[in-house]
Write a protein that binds this ligand. Structure first.
Ligand code: C2E
Ligand code: MG
Ligand code: MG
Ligand code: MG
Length: 291
């Protein structure tokens, strides 16, 4: 706060000086209230195996259903939640909701891996692995039902501590994924030594694959890099059938994107799965721009 001491000794708050932190404080209050009032909603986006066309997982994506503003997207509050540390509470909420989803899928006889996004703050949270383990025990779930997504930049913020947390989580049997691959500062040396199972190609390289030969080259090389490192490769941002076929022909393992489904409320996932049909294989080879 930009507090000023007046001549009469009273402390006044000068809002003109520090409008930013005033707004920040109210946003933090709003986020806390939103959690109490149960205004966050778990949305999920299916992950599809290209070879079989089957749904193999779902990524948990949080939405804030604001009483006046309607659906607020994560880009509008996640960065702030990270700055203030509120993200730790939100991550626990997302993990609990994802666990509840796993349980209801289990009950329906369906095995899916649920992917949850972690932030830098979560990686610095020494209690997270133990809390996660407690939750699994309480809900009688296997760690193998989960995949945790971390961005390169979150790891590089404090590689040593990140590595510790990730090693502990991995030892429990949970899978780890590098999200938004290719957009952050990354170190291939770390990629090699971290106990990672999956690499997710950022949507910025996937969205325009139909028309951009450079993107095609990047995606193809990334798939090869991932496979050479023994990782599963997932493409996010698949928006058309043409891109689906391109990725499939490049041996990409799984895809996620608006072509298959936008993120949907978690309780609609089963219904969506019943309606999902993978595209028919194309008989003629897809023209993939030469590298
Ligand atoms: P992300 O983890 O990379 O998630 C993928 C984002 O791409 C999602 O945006 C998803 O809706 C969007 N997307 C998926 N397919 C397509 C497509 O075909 N076209 C386009 N244009 N976009 C597509 P969303 O849900 O708005 O989330 C944005 C980011 O916010 C996420 O990026 C993630 O970094 C963060 N986020 C979301 N939920 C959580 C959470 O529970 N915890 C944390 N720490 N971060 C979260
Ligand atoms: Mg993600
Ligand atoms: Mg991503
Ligand atoms: Mg992203």
């Amino acid at each position: 706060y930009a507090a000023k001491l007046r001549n009469d000794g009273a402390v006044v708050y000068d809002s003109s000086i520090d409008k930013g932190s005033e707004q920040s404080l109210s946003l933090l209050t709003e986020l806390r209230t939103a959690l109490e009032r149960d205004e966050f909603r778990l949305f999920v986006q299916p992950k599809i195996h290209f070879d079989t066309g089957k749904v193999v997982g779902a990524e948990a994506l949080v939405r804030w259903v604001h009483p006046e503003r309607g659906n607020v997207f994560p880009d509008e509050f996640i960065p702030f939640a990270e700055q203030t540390g509120f993200i730790r509470k939100l991550t626990r909420w997302v993990l609990e909701q994802s666990a509840a989803l796993c349980q209801s899928l289990d009950a329906a006889g369906i095995q899916l891996k649920v992917s949850v996004n972690l932030s830098t703050r979560d990686l610095m949270d020494q209690d997270l692995p133990a809390k996660f383990r407690d939750m699994l025990e309480r809900r009688r779930l296997s760690a193998a039902s989960f995949c945790l997504e971390i961005t390169e930049s979150a790891i590089m913020d404090d590689p040593v501590r990140a590595e510790q947390t990730l090693a502990r989580l991995h030892a429990m049997g949970v899978e780890l994924s590098i999200d938004d691959f290719g957009t952050g500062y990354s170190s291939l040396a770390y990629l090699k030594r971290l106990p990672v199972n999956e690499l997710k190609i950022d949507k910025s390289f996937v969205l325009n694959m139909e028309s951009d030969a450079g993107d095609v080259m990047i995606v193809r090389s990334t798939i090869q890099l991932g496979h050479n490192l023994g990782l599963r490769v997932v493409a996010e941002g698949v928006e058309s059938e043409a891109v689906w076929h391109q990725l499939k022909s490049m041996n990409c393992d799984q895809g996620q994107g608006y072509y298959m489904s936008r993120p949907i409320p978690a309780d609609q996932l089963l219904l969506w799965m019943q309606q999902w049909r993978a595209p028919e294989p194309v008989s003629v080879p897809v023209p993939v721009v030469a590298s």
